[in-house]
Every structure is written in C-alpha cells, then in structure tokens.
Design a protein around this ligand. Structure first.
Ligand code: SF4
Length: 703
C-alpha cells in the first residue's frame, strides 16, 4: 500500500512527512520525513513520534455526558447532540444569542476555522467567538496590519532566509520550537551574522557561538526600549535608507522624533544591554541592509512570542517593523521582516473568521461591504450577522457573569492550561450552565465539561493548513478514525440542522474549502484561485491567491496593502519601564516552550518518548539566585504570587539571568505556569502578559 503525503500535526513550520503503513500493525502508520522546502526531509522528535497520537489508549472514543453525581457516562451521538442542541436553544431563549460563547483553536484546519466562525454567527447567531490564537499571534498580527495593511507571518518564503547574511531573531527559540528551521540560518551563521535577542541563553542563542553571531540578553520585558534605541542609533548615525523611506513609506518624521530620547546610555540603563553591543548591533544591521542591496544577500528581522506576548506586544512588534522600515528591508527581493507563527495553523486560523472581529478572507466584521459579500456566500441576510464580539481574555472573563456567557463550546483548545490566570479561568468555567468540549483526548478543560464530544485528529481527516510562510498545504486522511469519533464538520452540520439554521453546513472538507475560497474572494487573504486539485499537485500555493493568479510567495514587492500603497511607520513609546528586578526579593518569570512538548501538552504529554524525556515542569534559575534562596538542582521549589502557586523541581543553570526564572507552559495540575501569569492585556491586540510576571520562589525542602 502506498504511503500518504501529509504534514506534521504540530507547529507552524508544518514539516512534510510520509505516513507509511506499519509493517507490524495493519491499523497503524509509521512516520518518515519528506523533502519539502521548509524542512528538507527533517523532523523534530515531536514529528517523528506523532503517529503515537493515533493509537493512544487515552483517546476519547464515544460522547460522554456528565451525570448528577459528577461522573461521565457514554452516550450515543444522537442523544449527545440532541442534548447540546436543546441546551443551546434554551440558553438563547432565556438569555439571548450572545449568552452562547465559542472558543476555537489555532490548530484547527482552515476548513474548521472557517466553519466554526460561520456556525457561531449563523447557526448560533452569537457574536462571542474568539480563539487561542489571541494568546499567540495577535500582537504581531495587529502590528502587521498597522504597518503594512496586511498580516502574513512571513511575507516571504522560509527558504529565502538561506541567502541572508544577517538575521536578527528577537524572542524566539527556534532551535527547540521548530528545529528543522535552523537549517535556514546557516548562511547567516557562516557570515557571522546571526543575532539572537533573548534574556535566556537558549539553544538558539548558542547558535551564535564561535563567531557565528551575537547573543543580546536584555532584561525581560525591555524589548521595546531596545528596539527604540536601535532605531535611534540607525537614524542618529545616518544609516537609514532615505530613498526607500521617501518612495515607499509614511510616518518617518514622527518615528524619528519619538526615538530621540532613547540614546544608548539610557537604553542600557533600562535593558541591561551594554552600549557597545547596541552600537555594534545597529552597525551590523545597517551594513547588512546596504550589502543586501548590492549583493542580494539580505538582512531579515524576525520576531517571536518572546517580544510579542506582552501588554505592549503590539507596540513592540511595531517597533521591530519600524526598525526594518528605516533600514529599507521590507518589500524587497532579498530582505524582510517577519513573525514566526507558532501553532500548526496559527496563520490560517486567524484568516477565516474565528476572531471576534473578522469574517473570512481577513475581512472586518464591521465593514458593510464585507458583511454583504460573506452573507451572500452563506445565503443569509447581512443584517442577521452579529457584530464584533469579545477577544479571548474578555470572552473568558464574561463566563458566568451577568449579561455574559452561560454556555460555552470549546473546540481545539485547552484553556485550563493555556489561558492566563488559569485559576480564575477554571473557576469561571465551573460557573457556566453548560460546557461542551470537543477534543480527541480528555484534556484538563474536558474534565470540567457537561458533554465531551470525541473528534477526529490530524491523519484521520482531510483538510488544509496554512503554514508560517502563508503556504496553503494539504493535510490528508491516512488512517480510518476510531468508530465512535466524528469530525467537527459533521458535528456542526448536525447541530446546525437541529437548530434550524438559515444556512447549510457541509461535512465534506473539500466542499467547505471551496466555499471558504468563495467567501475569501476579494479579501486580503484571498484563496479564490485555490482548490484541492491544485494543492494536491504540490505546486507552491502562497496567498493571496486570487482566481487566475499563481499566488504570492513574496508580498509587498510593488506596494503595501494600505490604500496609499505605502508602509506606515507608527510612532510608539515605552509605557512601562519597570522597576529593577529583585528590589523587593521578587524575580521575573518568563514562560515558554520545550523541544519535547507542544502548546498545553494535551497531545505530547501522552507520547511516551516525549513524556519520558520531559515528564514535568522545571523552574530554571541562575546558580547565584539558587544559592541565595537555598535551592539546589532538582530540589522542589514553590513559585508563587497573588494569582497562584506552582510546585516543581529546580533546574539550576547559568543559561538564565540572575534576576529571572523560566517555566515551561506545557504541564498540568499545580505545574501550570499560567497559574501565575496575569490576564491584563495589550489594549490593541488583546494579548495577555505571558513573558513578564513577578513571582517569589522558595525552597520546599531545605538544601
Ligand atoms: Fe516540524 Fe514543528 Fe512538527 Fe517539529 S513540531 S516536526 S518542527 S512541524
């Protein structure tokens, strides 16, 4: 039997793989890497072990209904969906349509992301949908829209990085989060031009060793000041690309004035980055930009969640874009700015209508023309479509509140682990009248549900994903799903029918994709020239891909997406400069990822090899800090603040600053890093503060 060409179920690099029939088990498959421009046959250990997800003994295999005594009992699909539909009807009748909320996920296929938005607005009539991508890409997306009029994570191909001789990576540990990606950094490393900005000496920071580049280690949360200071230096030293700024941008004078106050000694004071390193970094970037124009070996600036997951994340990403624009990098054939999307379909998941303010095709739900177009595709009255809903943190904050949400549907998300201030979220979920969770595992959120709906995963279904470079790819069915599970597309079709929806809902992924393409036509993320047939040919398919076109591997070569065709520099300021850490005995907590785990760990904690390698959370802290607190390596520690307490072992390491500690966010129970994080959000994007939290640490056992 031939193997199946598909892609990894996890991160946004979407490495290509073959699923081959297992020689020992007729119902199973084995994974092999497949040659593709992004991964060139390589996979990380998450990808290599992904087939284990399909045969996990932890799968939920039939609908489960909570009983009066709190236990779960299996039920038929018919009974489960009848109950859900009755509760949805009852909630709407008693409290109004907005009393039903929907929480989606950035791992859902494009078809599901699209259909979930349609289901919420048409079948439920609710405005209250948002998704976990709000915790991931929202700040970078807001900054991209602000500056370019369009947000596509990488507006160029991943393998375009191969020819760069200067790459600045801010706040992303790609060597652990997407290991095959680092092959694309080799050109810059060979030229000594890889620069990594991270408070920790991560695996990615170590790639700069031995003359390959430079590691810059700022105080957590000071990235915005660092970027303002670099922009100041580039302007002050007259290293800007004046021809580019004049021909292709607006707003330079305002940005020039806004960075005036960020002279190097002041930036050093607030970031801890020495003046010599600031000057050297500005010089390298400007030299790289100039060299790129002459040689075509470009300069790229890439941001990740480390600088974006802050309450000033949008402004920080905007400052990174401003720096890219004053250097003349964006919209050229050889250089650029990009943001490294994390979740598997973090890109597609934010294009098709899962966001509270968007309709398919990246259209604004408040735009009458957009509403009319999409309503036409859905065969409904535009006036029947609800307006802007609530971004994720506000949506979760409305659970159980007066006038808030009484009934919640969760698809592809595990908010009890992944949302900030997790204790509050868990308590709020318990106040709901009715909670429905669709998942393939019994996640920490599913445990709280009234109804658990078991769904197909990854290799058990057809669909498409859109990777971090805006490439639309096919996810293919390789194995039959267990008998008792169903696709979400089927579930929404069945619920819509029970709710007498005004529009029809297909359960066939190909039909949904065709409809998605029609709905996206004329929008910013235009898929109208795409089809499964074209994608199956494996021709590169980068959106925008309007009908009659061949797609857009590199964006903005001729014009930006604003009506004036220009990129907009936007002056931003550092609103929080923060007291130096440890003045009152506290430390700054950063949260992040490990090589072995993905997102809330619902999947990877169930893969034996990954769980054996990283079975539990460990708090990384500096030896000097550990000594001061009487903590030795592997000892149990308590990390706490007024939101919660985490208990875990210590990992003593010189890879972290003395004033900072690090916790991975993949673990459950009292090892949830998000027990500690704050649900204050960025006023533009709604991004919570995940990367700068004040905590106290103490030894649980005397050293
Ligand atoms: Fe590739 Fe990411 Fe999958 Fe690893 S997790 S194999 S980097 S897609």
């Amino acid at each position: 039997m031939p193997g199946t060409r598909t892609h990894c179920p996890y991160c946004a690099l979407q490495c290509a793989m073959m699923l081959n029939p297992s020689p020992t088990d007729a119902d199973a498959v084995t994974v092999a890497g497949r040659d593709f421009p992004t991964n060139r046959g390589g996979l990380c250990k998450k990808g290599w072990t992904a087939a284990e997800l399909l045969v996990s003994p932890d799968r939920v295999l039939e609908p489960l209904l909570r009983q009066p005594d709190g236990s779960f009992e299996p039920a038929s699909w018919s009974d489960a969906l009848d109950l859900v539909a009755a509760k949805l009807r009852g909630t709407r009748a008693e409290h109004g349509a907005d009393a039903v909320g929907v929480f989606g996920g950035g791992g859902l296929t494009n078809e599901k992301a699209y259909q979930l938005g349609k289901f919420t607005r048409v079948a439920l009539g609710s405005s209250r949908i948002d998704y976990n991508g709000r915790f991931c890409m929202s700040s970078a997306a807001a900054a991209g829209n602000r500056a370019f009029g369009l947000d596509r994570g990488l507006p160029f191909r991943v393998h375009d990085l191969d020819t760069a001789d200067t790459i600045l990576i801010l706040g992303s540990n790609v060597a652990q989060t997407m290991p095959p990606f680092i092959g694309h950094l080799e050109g810059a490393r060979a030229a000594g031009g890889l620069v990594v900005v991270d408070p920790r000496r991560t695996a990615t920071a170590r790639l700069t060793d031995n003359g390959a580049g430079m590691h810059v280690q700022p105080t957590p949360g000071s990235d915005l000041v660092l970027l303002l200071g670099l922009t100041h230096l580039v302007i002050a030293k007259k290293l800007t690309d004046q021809h580019y700024l004049h021909a292709r941008t607006t707003g330079f004078d305002a940005v020039r004035r806004s960075v005036n106050q960020w002279w190097p000694t002041r930036v050093q004071e607030h970031t801890g980055v020495p003046v010599w390193q600031l000057r050297e970094l500005a010089r390298r970037l400007a030299a790289g930009a100039a060299r790129g124009q002459a040689t075509g070996n470009g300069t790229y600036i890439l941001t990740g969640r480390g600088v974006e997951q802050h309450v000033d994340g949008t402004d920080t990403a905007t400052a990174a874009i401003n720096l890219s624009l004053v250097l003349g990098l964006v919209g050229t054939t050889h250089s650029g700015y990009g943001t490294l999307t994390g979740q598997g379909n973090g890109q597609g998941g934010r294009e098709h209508g899962q966001k509270c303010d968007q309709l398919p095709g990246y259209r604004k739900i408040s735009d009458p023309a957009a509403r009319a177009h999409v309503a036409g595709v859905w065969s409904v009255d535009p006036d029947s479509l609800p307006g802007v809903g609530l971004p994720a943190v506000e949506l979760l904050g409305a659970l159980g509140e007066p006038g808030g949400i009484r009934c919640l549907l969760v698809h592809g998300s595990n908010v009890v682990v992944s949302a900030p201030n997790a204790n509050r979220v868990r308590a709020a979920l318990k106040t709901l009248d009715f909670l429905v969770v669709a998942d393939f595992f019994f996640s920490e959120t599913a445990v709280l549900a009234d109804v658990v709906l078991p769904v197909t995963q990854w290799a058990e279904e057809e669909g498409t994903m859109t990777s971090l470079e805006g490439r639309v790819i096919r996810r293919r069915l390789a194995v039959a799903a267990p008998e008792g599970v169903r696709s979400e597309l089927w579930i929404w079709q069945e619920l819509a029918r029970r709710l007498d929806s005004a529009s029809t809902f297909s359960a066939e992924a190909g039909e949904v994709f065709d409809e998605l393409c029609r709905a996206s036509a004329g929008g910013l993320a235009d898929y109208s020239g795409l089809s499964y047939e074209l994608l199956d040919s494996e021709e590169p398919a980068f959106w925008p891909y309007p009908a009659g076109s061949t797609g857009t591997p590199r964006l903005f070569l001729d014009r930006f997406a604003h009506p004036d065709g220009r990129a907009h520099l936007v002056a931003v300021q550092a609103r929080r400069l923060g007291a130096p850490a440890q003045v009152d005995g506290t430390l700054t907590l950063i949260t992040g990822r490990l090589l072995e785990h993905y997102q809330s760990g619902t999947q990877t904690r169930r893969v034996r090899e990954l769980a054996d390698a990283q079975p539990e959370a460990r708090l990384q802290l500096h030896p000097a800090t550990a000594e001061q607190l009487g903590i030795i390596d592997e000892a149990w520690v308590e990390v706490s603040n007024d939101r919660g307490t985490v208990r875990c072992r210590a990992q003593v390491s010189t890879d972290i600053r003395f004033d900072t500690v690090f916790l991975p966010f993949h673990f459950a129970g009292d090892q949830r890093a998000n027990l500690l994080t704050d649900d204050e959000t960025d006023p533009v994007s709604g991004m919570p503060e995940f990367k700068k939290t004040t905590v106290r640490v103490r030894a649980l056992v005397e050293a």
